[in-house]
Design a protein around this ligand. Structure first.
Ligand code: ADP
Length: 259
């Protein structure tokens, strides 16, 4: 008997959600979650209804960034009600397990948890759902990119060669499953010293822009390395909401207008 032809998995949309955008990075620690949070808030500040799905199952940082915790309520049937913070609807594995509980899961369990967090949540009407992807380009990420009906993906990288090599892998992963890459963001692009006023390119600078050009994808912007971004993130009051008049908040809003 001939083997059935392998079919691309179906990607049904999520009722009520117009666009789903993934924020991804090839490796951890480049500021993917910080960027996701500020970007989501920037898109909301630009007047759109926004949700955030924290798909970083192994290290959910969205609850801390949005200063939101608690168990989602069960509503109509088996749907979970997302929590809300700064006008943005939020769903995270962090709401479903204790903070110190390690997620010792294999790929298939990650996929089923993510599918639930996407499809069994009462998101309501959203213009954009921003997904904070787990770092890396493993099986779980690939399946996720295949199964979530993504309108596009944004790649976050630092200017460093190492991070860029990983970012390129992330980009190729999305290309492989026909998800349009909306562009690359260079995070920790440069450091503005509050003491000397000087600018220091700690991780080099401009690498992501050059790479975006080389790969033929849009370059979305440069986010500086600043004490304020780190402090406001740790405090759960991302800079876009806590200091909307700052230059960095404007940088995020500018990027938010492009995606
Ligand atoms: P990832 O999601 O890629 O693992 P995070 O968003 O958790 O990275 O960021 C890692 C650390 O770097 C956090 O402490 C965060 O506050 C800090 N950070 C991220 N981006 C910036 C930035 N532009 N300026 C200062 N600190 C930053």
């Amino acid at each position: 008997q001939p083997a059935p032809e392998e079919k691309a998995p179906a990607k049904p949309g999520v009722p009520g959600i117009r666009h789903i955008i993934a924020v991804a990075s090839g490796k951890g620690g480049v500021g993917k979650s910080t960027t996701t949070a500020n970007l989501a808030l920037a898109i909301a500040a630009n007047g759109r209804k926004v949700g955030v799905l924290d798909a970083d199952i192994y290290g959910p940082s969205i609850p801390r960034l949005f200063k939101v915790s608690g168990r989602p309520e069960q509503v109509s049937g088996r749907l979970m009600k997302p929590l809300e913070s700064y006008g943005v609807k939020v769903m995270s594995m962090g709401f479903l397990v204790e903070e110190e509980t390690p997620m010792i899961w294999r790929g298939p369990m990650v996929i089923s948890a993510l599918t639930q967090m996407l499809r069994e949540v009462a998101w309501g009407e959203l213009d954009v759902l921003v997904v904070d992807m787990p770092p890396g380009t493993g099986d779980a990420q690939l399946t996720m990119a295949q199964q979530v009906p993504l309108a596009g993906a944004v790649i976050v990288s630092t200017p460093q060669d190492l991070a860029l090599i990983d970012a390129r892998k992330g980009l190729n992963m999305f290309r492989r499953v026909d998800v349009p890459v909306l562009g690359i963001i260079e995070n920790m692009s440069y450091f503005l010293c509050p003491d000397c006023g000087g600018r220091h390119d700690i991780f080099g600078h401009g690498g992501a822009r050059a790479e975006a050009e080389r790969l033929g994808v849009p370059f979305l912007g440069e986010i500086p390395l600043t004490m304020k971004i780190r402090e406001t993130s740790d405090a759960g009051t991302p800079v876009v909401v806590s200091d909307p008049d700052s230059e960095v908040a404007a940088v995020y809003r500018n990027i938010g207008a492009k995606v």
